[in-house]
Design a protein around this ligand. Structure first.
Ligand code: FAD
Ligand code: GLY
Length: 388
């Protein structure tokens, strides 16, 4: 859907609802172009899913039948990551730790191997750079893996970043470019008149005028008032429990991101080993459960038995913004001046660079980049969008 561009980046006033990696990334790119950008978050910026995530950039290993469009978007964003990380380091001084080791998808048994091989055939048909490696090669790469294993799929281009450092870097970069970040300022509603946005209304009643409003409120995007039901993005919270163990940073148990049956393990440079994550339809429930943590730890232990000696550093819950088809909602809608940037579900860290670039272009130039064309809200139809 076309968007009427702000006449000139230097006088465009833009309100961004939500200060996660999506809102901050978009705000950074907009402010770099000279727009007057204000980000509003109901809490501390970056404390939502962007804080809870594992930081995997898994465009290849997570590719599934039926998600070819999402895989293409993920690959394009993955390709932008090295320059994005380098630019962030340059302007913010924060290294987001884009690591080169790649990902191993582990098969412990012949059954696991058969399942992975089936998936690999599909992934290779898409031209994705993954290949099977033997048990011996898998162990050479990761000596602490379980005694008995069948091999692994190696995905060299599925890397990782530290998502908490990413939040910090984006915040510094956005502010340095001139964006203002307003924390603990919840947005109650989007205001509009005659089919065009006028701005936003904060929970305390303050009205903020804006030519363009970017809705980037993650799993809460649907709760912002002022929109007809069919204009609210069909996004719901998908609960994820996760934990971090503490390794000796000088002798880490893993160097690759590891997908094991039942859990993924993500080693950080500071010695933390993330173990995630559950995928639960529990609304905004924020409880850690014995069953959730048990299943993650058991799966991690089966793959890397030595984790049993590691201290637990932290456990947490996050809420992924899941859309009806698990793909993001990117672009303008029927309400002039309103832009959607939400629904990134399991891939918001991966998709941060392409979302920031394309949404800023849309807001300032009215250009709908080909990469985001399939991801507009209109794909759901008004009836689908109206239903939760
Ligand atoms: P959020 O980071 O949730 O930001 C939304 C912001 O909106 C919040 O700060 C919130 O406070 C604010 N907000 C809400 N309501 C209002 C309001 N009324 N007014 C103002 N502000 C409001 N993705 C990957 O790419 N790789 C991974 O490895 C990965 N692992 C994950 C693991 C877990 C356990 C989880 C939960 C997610 C994971 N994800 C991963 C997904 C990724 O975290 C999300 O897709 C991404 O963070 C979404 O970013 P966001 O900015 O849209 O949402
Ligand atoms: N992408 C990993 C997760 O959402 O758990």
């Amino acid at each position: 859907m076309p968007n009427r561009p702000a006449s000139n980046a230097n006088n465009a006033s833009i309100a961004v609802i939500g200060g996660g990696v999506i809102g901050l990334g978009v705000a950074w790119r907009l402010a770099q172009r000279g727009a007057a950008v204000q980000v509003f978050d109901r809490g501390a910026a970056g404390a939502g899913a962007s804080h809870a995530a594992a930081g995997m950039l898994a465009a290849c290993a997570e590719a599934e039948p039926g998600e070819e469009g999402l895989t293409a978007l993920g690959r394009e964003s993955q390709a932008r990551w090295p320059a994005f990380a380098a630019e962030l380091l340059d302007v913010s001084g924060v290294d987001v730790e884009l690591r080169p080791e790649g990902t191993l998808v582990l098969a412990l048994t012949a059954d696991d191997q058969a399942r992975l091989t089936h998936q690999l055939v599909f992934q290779q048909k898409l031209g994705l750079p993954l290949h099977w490696i033997s048990a011996a090669e898998t162990r050479r790469r990761e000596p602490h893996l379980a005694g008995k294993l069948a091999g692994a799929v190696f995905s060299p281009e599925d890397t990782q970043v530290d998502n908490r450092k990413l939040v910090a870097a984006l915040r510094v970069a956005a502010e340095a470019a001139g964006a203002s970040i307003n924390e603990y300022r919840a947005v109650k509603a989007i205001s509009s008149r005659s089919g065009r946005v006028e701005g936003i209304v904060l929970a305390d009643g303050t009205k903020v005028a804006a030519d363009t409003v970017v809705l980037a409120a993650g799993a809460w995007a649907r709760s912002i008032e002022g929109l007809e039901p069919e204009l609210r993005p069909p996004v719901r919270p998908i609960k994820g429990q996760m934990l971090a163990l503490r390794m000796d940073p000088a002798a880490p148990l893993l160097s690759h991101v590891l997908w094991a049956p039942g859990a993924y393990l993500v080693p950080r440079r500071d010695g933390r080993l993330l173990v995630g994550a559950t995928v639960e339809e529990k609304g905004y429930d924020a409880d850690l459960t014995a069953g959730g943590v048990l299943s993650l730890l058991e799966a991690a232990w089966r793959a890397v038995p030595a984790v049993e000696d590691l201290p637990i550093d932290e456990m947490w819950v996050g809420h992924r913004p899941g859309s009806r088809d698990d793909a993001p909602i990117l672009g303008a809608g029927p309400l002039d001046g309103l832009i959607y940037a939400t629904g990134h579900h399991r891939n918001g860290i991966l998709l941060a660079p392409i979302t920031a670039d394309t949404i800023a272009r849309l807001a300032l130039d009215g250009t709908v980049d080909a990469a985001i064309r399939p991801f507009g809200i209109e794909r759901f139809g008004s009836v689908a969008a109206a239903a939760e």
